[in-house]
Design a protein around this ligand. Structure first.
Ligand SMILES: O=C(O)CCC(=O)C(=O)O
Ligand SMILES: [Fe+2]
Length: 396
């Protein structure tokens, strides 16, 4: 198996955007996943990957598969989770965030008003637990194992290594492995994932509705009126008249609509913008992950972020002792905005090039295809590292 460093654009067209493929893990080898979905950056739903998960047993009510909020509050009630109010009607549906104990969140959930599509009813909050670092916080619980398809994960394996080496990272900054929990109607506005990573998600309970836009149509999602901002939603009915003018091109964007039931993994490839609505009460595992197939998008993104940061703090340049000090400020800015900067990417690539790019899938033996992926990742990371050192010296 070889991993390309320059993935082709996905084969999607505006009117004829195909339905997402639904495959069963018993009939989709790791190699086939890489060739058919990961390298071409094509979304796919994969059935059967959550068999035997502890969370599938313990986090749902056996009678109807609904979320067992009582169990979660009793077992993890002390956890501090970050909640976002998604009741906003400005299209973004993304209001203020705050932290609260999970037990208080469950109390809020149970005592909120009757819900329609908008969880909580008119005028009330619609709180969504996002980015809960569950695996880092409760490593002993083993709620799930990462499906083999998603184990060529340079990002989380790098954080794992750093944590093992430094033992300093706080649980909330330790990785990109999350739990999401929210009532029907909670939502996540249009975005691409951190650093142009891929994501995968599996609903332990409930159904999500995803709208996905391929990288080749990203430009249609931006404002046509000068200011460079992103359309909040692909649902025209949620945009104001002024927003419909501001984002006049959005109707040209190809949109792939995906309904994801419990137990199916959705692979969201690097560079695809997406918007998510919980069609029912939903509890999911979501990871961001990076590997060779992300690098072209990651590179372009970090380049653009660096250029933007330089422009933003240009007036600090004369105050700096030298160029290196200025570039240091630029790097800090990029890290604050994008999550990682070129220096971090260099460390990540070095870690992968030394053989640290594949997660243990947690099932004892690593399949031979993953062993091949490790070798491939080492080689590709080494190539991109050489490229980085050759082309971005000022940013390091
Ligand atoms: O489930 C959600 O609300 C958002 C998930 C998401 O954006 C992702 O997994 O990349
Ligand atoms: Fe996302």
């Amino acid at each position: 198996m070889t991993t390309t460093t320059s993935p082709a654009e996905p084969d999607v067209r505006h009117a004829g955007l195909a339905r997402v493929d639904v495959r069963h893990c018993d009939e989709l080898s790791y190699e086939a996943f890489v060739e058919e979905y990961m390298i071409p950056l094509k979304p796919v739903l994969i059935e059967g990957v959550a068999r035997g998960w502890r969370s599938m047993e313990e986090w749902v009510c056996p009678s109807d598969g609904s979320i067992d909020l009582g169990f979660l509050a009793a077992r993890f009630g002390e956890s501090e989770v970050c909640v976002t109010d998604t009741s906003g009607t400005d299209g973004y549906g993304e209001g203020a965030s705050r932290t609260m104990r999970l037990s208080d969140y469950v109390h809020w959930w149970r005592s909120r008003g009757s819900c329609g599509d908008q969880a909580g009813g008119a005028g009330s909050e619609s709180l969504y637990v996002k980015d809960w670092h569950f695996a880092a916080e409760h490593p002993e619980y083993q709620a799930y194992t990462c499906p083999t398809y998603f184990c060529d994960d340079w990002l989380n394996s790098w954080y794992d290594r750093r944590r093992a080496e430094e033992e300093t990272a706080a649980p909330t900054t330790s990785d990109y492995r999350f739990v999401y929990l929210g009532p029907a109607g909670t939502r996540t506005p249009v975005h691409h994932d951190v650093l142009m990573s891929h994501s995968w998600s599996i609903n332990v309970s409930g159904t999500k509705r995803w709208l996905l836009v391929p990288p080749s149509h990203t430009a249609y999602l931006h404002s046509v009126t000068g200011a460079d901002c992103l359309v909040p939603t692909l649902d025209a009915g949620r945009l104001s008249a002024a927003q419909r003018e501001q984002f006049a091109d959005v109707a040209k964007a190809a949109v792939l609509e995906v309904t994801q039931p419990a137990g199916q993994a959705l692979f969201v490839p690097s560079g695809w913008h997406h918007e998510v609505v919980n069609a029912t009460d939903a509890l999911s595992i979501n990871h961001n992950w990076i590997n060779a197939a992300c690098l072209p998008h990651l590179w372009a993104f970090l380049d653009a972020e660096t250029t933007a940061a330089r422009r933003l703090i240009e007036d600090c340049r004369p105050l700096c002792a030298d160029e290196a000090e200025f570039e240091g400020l630029v790097g800090n800015n990029v890290r604050a905005n994008a999550g990682l900067n070129w220096q971090d990417v260099r460390c990540l690539l070095e870690s992968v090039a030394r053989g640290g790019g594949v997660l243990d899938p947690g099932r004892g033996s690593v399949c031979s295809a993953l062993a091949a992926a490790t070798r491939d990742s080492q080689r590709v990371a080494g190539e991109w590292l050489a490229r980085l050192l050759g082309t971005q010296p000022g940013a390091l």
